[in-house]
Design a protein around this ligand. Sequence first.
Ligand code: FE
Length: 215
Amino acid sequence: MSQDQPPDENGNEHPVPRDADPQARARALQSYLIEEELLTTDQIDEVMSLYEDEIGPQNGAEVVAREWVDAEYREWLLEDGSAAIAEAFGYTGPEGTDIVVLENTDDVHNVVVCTLCSCYPWPVLGLPPTWYKSPPYRSKIVKSPRQTLRKAFGVDIDADVEIRVRDTSAEVRYMVLPLRPVGTDGMSESDLAALVTRDSMIGVERLGTKHVEEL
Ligand code: FE
């Protein structure tokens, strides 16, 4: 049976992309690597649990909260992101040896994409969400960032705020430092970290704005 979709109402064919079932492809690849004794199931389980339990946006959130309360740390972070993150928190490793931190300000909003594939700062954000890897996000956020942020993410960036779209690559991984939400003076570093979301560190969310709208 063909895997292709039936023709649409205009009679046009739509072949299913080769990566239509990434899970099946990953399973096949896993079986092959185990069969060839290149990997063991224990090694796979170890990596899976690492990324499920220990490496994720909670790491980046700690970095952001520290930056909000410590001006010296902020300077270090903006000057040498990888070192400031690795030396202060120990977050380093695959896909994160060269992390550049982008600071949002009242005048500039940064948003991160990998136009080629799915490059992402793993040690601070974990594995990328599916939409980050999708062709529509990768093209639309570059072509019309303001409109895409509004339509796809419900984020309205004022017309007088410049939006900078940064293209992550295999070498350089970007992470956004979101603006500290108003009304959070005096909060502890760990309480502040709890406010920081994954999406705000990609740049597709502005912290605190949803809350303000609800008031
Ligand atoms: Fe990539």
